[in-house]
Write a protein that binds this ligand. Structure first.
Ligand code: ATP
Length: 253
């Protein structure tokens, strides 16, 4: 701090204030009943960056996203959005603040039509904009506006779930296993979509089974193991030398 003050004084200008992370989990613990599943998890997502959260089944990735979006209250630690403590804020309040959570298993309303689902996602966008935006990003949705979401294919349901990341115009999107159960050609489409979000400067916290593809679009990566952070560093760093085998293992490639 003294150094900073001295430097600022010497030049006569204050150092530029660094933007706070758009999301931070600070020393978070979380449990289901008496079973603790997150232990002292700390992670940050910088504005406009892509952060990968990788780890074996049951490591606590989904739980971390649920704590971040407010679907689950941590038993210890804090959640900060844009530097503000939101640990006790509701999921709806966090959503209004620009956070969008696309949960594992799509999270679409199966008994509502595609059009009605898009209107639910719209947030501050007008209904007309919501539908036009989604149809331009995923033309297949535009052709199926009157169809019940539950009757869409798995890939189309995932497109509908992902369209929230555009329609609601969020600053930060938490995406949980978007490629799970999809045909390879649809997985390509999902990763193309995530790449376009990245180009729009939307921050992403991404959990996906395809660790290599996830790391390829990520700036920063965390590896979770049994509820604890085992790696915190450059996404590219996990691809060097034997780091991938050490932290993730060939099975996840
Ligand atoms: P996966 O890749 O298999 O989805 P994950 O890393 O996302 O795993 P979580 O779903 O966060 O892991 O689960 C972490 C641990 O918490 C697991 O041991 C899981 O069995 C347990 N768990 C998850 N949800 C519940 C629940 N509702 N009740 C009790 N235990 C749960």
């Amino acid at each position: 701090m003294t150094d900073q003050l001295t430097r600022a004084g010497a030049t006569g200008t204050a150092p530029p204030a660094e933007a706070p992370p758009c999301l931070e989990l600070r020393d978070v613990d979380a449990s289901y009943g008496t079973t603790t599943v997150l232990r002292g998890v700390s992670l940050k997502v910088a504005p406009g960056s892509v952060t990968a959260l990788i780890g074996p089944n049951g490591a606590g990735k989904t739980t971390s996203l649920r704590v971040a979006s407010g679907l689950m209250r941590p038993t210890g630690g804090q959640v900060l959005v844009d530097g503000q403590d939101v640990t006790r804020s509701s999921p709806a309040r966090r959503a209004r603040g620009g956070l969008c959570h696309i949960p594992e298993g799509r999270g679409v309303y199966r008994n509502l039509t595609v059009r009605e689902n898009l209107l639910m996602q719209a947030g501050s966008s007008s209904p007309k904009d919501a539908i036009e935006i989604a149809a331009s990003v995923f033309p297949r949705l535009g052709e199926r506006l009157a169809q019940k979401a539950g009757t869409l294919s798995g890939g189309e349901q995932q497109m509908l779930a992902l369209s929230a990341a555009y329609v609601a115009d969020p600053a930060l999107v938490l995406v949980d296993e978007p490629s799970l159960g999809l045909a390879p050609i649809i997985v390509d489409l999902v990763f193309d979509f995530l790449q376009t979000l990245r180009e729009k400067n939307v921050a992403l916290l991404l959990v996906d089974q395809y660790a290599l593809r996830t790391l390829a679009i990520a700036d920063h990566a965390y590896v979770l193991r049994r509820g604890e952070i085992a790696y915190d560093g450059d996404a590219a760093g996990l691809l060097r030398g034997n780091m991938f085998e050490k932290y993730i293992g060939e099975a996840a490639a």
